[in-house]
Design a protein around this ligand. Structure first.
Ligand code: SAM
Length: 293
């Protein structure tokens, strides 16, 4: 089987199988071998590793991963791609293809089955329409992970790595930076894909922290507070918290806690650091436990 990662061989496979690209699945296949090299190199894969690939497409990156890793588990939603993958990956006996929606799979079970529950490395050219839910599911479900090396839309990569006071800063930045250290690997022009997307992309590597950089008494509560704080971007933090009925935080409680940590009642969520959110959410939790204001 021909090595993929270039326009000619990808085109031949598409033709051979009469494959129709499905826009709804975010199908933009990588056709640039130097970008593939950068991804594989930055993911630092060795034969000791089990790699989880999300959305293998026709197997372009999977071939490279299979060369480097001990084992590869590739999850692809589009059943029309399965016979193609069986063909393009026929030379490898260390690849398992699973035809499923990544968001509906029990990934903890997959890691248990394929790597005895030890941390895996995730490598993927992610479908753009569900990048954030995938990243959040990997972290929030505590899938044993060493690192996540992924191609995402440039804007999404920017959101993952920025700090307070920038327009891209939000719940995704805080969630990613709570769990992992982000590092931009390379920018990828739209011309490196078939078909060509409307936006440029970025490869970003997220190295999972062994221990989060801040202390929280309740992780789910921290993220509920963060989400409420960014729900109404133009409003103050107090409004965001008090208007999120689910939280059960009153305006008075929110104002009192802000005063305690030395922040004005008019502060906006986008100016707070992760440390400040952790402090705020821990105090709100205690204040709520102490009874209604
Ligand atoms: N890895 C290939 C490459 O680099 O050429 C394909 C990348 S393409 C951007 C995204 C892939 O994810 C497609 O193959 C698409 O069918 C698949 N996909 C989309 N949604 C998915 C989902 N929910 N679960 C699993 N795979 C999905």
């Amino acid at each position: 089987m021909a090595v993929l990662g270039n326009r000619r061989n990808t085109g031949e496979i598409i033709e051979k199988y009469h494959f129709n690209f499905q826009k709804k699945f975010g199908q933009n296949f990588l056709v640039d071998s130097s970008i593939l090299d950068r991804i594989i190199e930055s993911a630092q894969i060795t034969e000791k590793d089990c790699v989880l690939e999300i959305g293998p497409g026709i197997g372009t990156m999977t071939q490279r991963l299979a060369e480097e890793a001990g084992e590869v588990v590739a999850v692809e939603i589009d059943r029309n791609l399965i016979p193609i993958l069986q063909d393009t990956l026929s030379a490898y006996d260390n690849v398992t293809i699973i035809n499923a929606d990544i968001l509906k799979l029990d990934l903890n079970q997959i890691v248990e089955e394929h790597n005895q529950g030890r941390p895996v490395k995730v490598v993927a050219n992610l479908p753009y329409y569900i990048t954030t839910p995938i990243i959040m599911a990997l972290f929030e479900n505590h899938i044993p992970l060493q690192s996540v090396t992924v191609m995402v839309q440039k804007e999404v990569a920017d959101r993952m790595r920025v700090g307070p006071g920038t327009k891209d800063y939000g719940a995704l930045s805080l969630a990613v930076q709570y769990y992992a250290k982000p590092e931009i690997i390379t920018r990828v022009p739209a011309a490196c894909f078939m078909p060509r997307p409307n936006v440029d992309s970025t490869v970003i590597r997220l190295e999972r922290y062994e221990k989060p950089p801040v202390e929280t008494e309740d992780e789910a509560w921290l993220f509920a507070v963060i989400r409420a704080s960014f729900n109404q971007r133009r409003k103050t933090l107090v409004n965001g918290l008090a208007n999120a009925g689910k939280l059960g935080v009153s305006r008075q409680q929110a104002e009192e806690v802000l005063t305690e940590i030395g922040l004005p009642a008019t502060v906006r969520g986008e100016t707070l650091t992760l440390e400040q959110f952790a402090d705020l959410s821990n105090r709100l939790l205690r204040r709520k436990a102490a009874g209604p204001a």
